[in-house]
Design a protein around this ligand. Structure first.
Ligand SMILES: [Zn+2]
Ligand SMILES: [Zn+2]
Length: 282
């Protein structure tokens, strides 16, 4: 399939959700830059002005121009990443990916178990607007769940944890939020890109999303349907003892705050993360 034939799910649409972090970028490490598109984070990995860099996740629908501008600001005009790595295929993480690969002509990588949702074969379970939670959970029925079709533009990540173009990073399978969800980890500085395996804001609560109040939370609850696996994934990430973490939603977190937050999230996962009721609660 040619890139020109790639298409979004038929329910894809601009979602007018915003937070105070929208449009801000943070250099968390010299080669790790996090940028917030409305309510979701993308990461650019690479030293400023380097010829080699990688984009992790692809923002919200209609955010391609903004993502290209953020990349060019950091890496120079007409710069382009070597590839896009997807933590998973939810609409708020692939929202601009088609425009980006048309513009940059670069490959996209994702976990093999996520590919059906990225090649038009399978829809995600519908968001659960009945789940225990705040206003964003209530309106989540509006969120797209039909699959994007990236055809041959998306390729499986190599088995064994290697990440194309990022020799120091390993991908870690962290299912639960979605079947093929991954996180990225670098041993030397214990940097973690967690995706939505856990997040640092209560993503279902409108006011907390708006203000980006820091709060260790499980994966966004309206879109999570295997809580046992989600719990196991957070436990797996905690055992890595990350020193720096960027999550798919919320502020980056480091040091003692990260250490203590993860310990508490693992210990009280059933209380903090798992909703009291909802259609994906067994
Ligand atoms: Zn997600
Ligand atoms: Zn997300």
């Amino acid at each position: 399939m040619k890139i020109e034939e790639n298409h979004y799910g038929s329910d894809y649409t601009f979602i007018p959700a915003i937070s105070v972090a929208h449009g801000t970028g943070t250099e968390i490490l010299p080669d790790l830059y996090c940028y917030t598109v409305q309510i979701v984070n993308i990461c650019l990995i690479g030293l400023p002005n380097a010829a080699d860099f990688i984009l992790v996740d692809a923002g919200m629908p209609r955010s391609a121009d903004e993502i290209i501008a953020a990349a060019e600001k950091r890496f120079g005009s007409n710069s382009r990443p070597k590839a896009i790595i997807l933590t998973h295929g939810h609409f708020d993480h692939v929202g601009a990916v088609i425009e980006l690969i048309r513009y940059w002509r670069i490959p996209v990588y994702a976990h093999p178990a996520e590919l059906p949702y990225l090649t038009g074969k399978k829809s995600y379970p519908a968001p659960d607007s009945s789940v225990e939670g705040g206003m964003i959970a209530k309106v989540s029925a509006l969120f797209p769940n039909e699959p994007i079709d990236l055809g041959s533009s998306v390729q499986p990540l190599p088995s064994g944890g290697m990440v194309p173009h990022l020799p120091e990073f390993r991908w870690i399978h962290t299912p639960g939020h979605t079947p093929g969800h991954i996180s990225l980890f670098r041993e030397k500085d214990r940097a973690l890109i967690a995706g939505d395996a856990f997040v640092t804001v209560r993503q279902d609560q409108l006011f907390k999303v708006l203000t980006q109040k820091l709060e260790f939370s499980g994966p966004p609850r309206y879109f999570t349907n295997d809580w046992e696996k989600a719990k196991e994934s957070v436990r797996k990430l905690a055992t890595l003892h990350p020193k720096v973490a960027v999550t798919g939603h919320g502020k980056p977190v480091t040091g003692e705050q990260l250490r203590a937050g993860l310990i508490q999230l693992v210990r009280d996962f059933d209380h903090i993360a798992v909703p009291d009721y909802g259609k994906y609660i067994q």
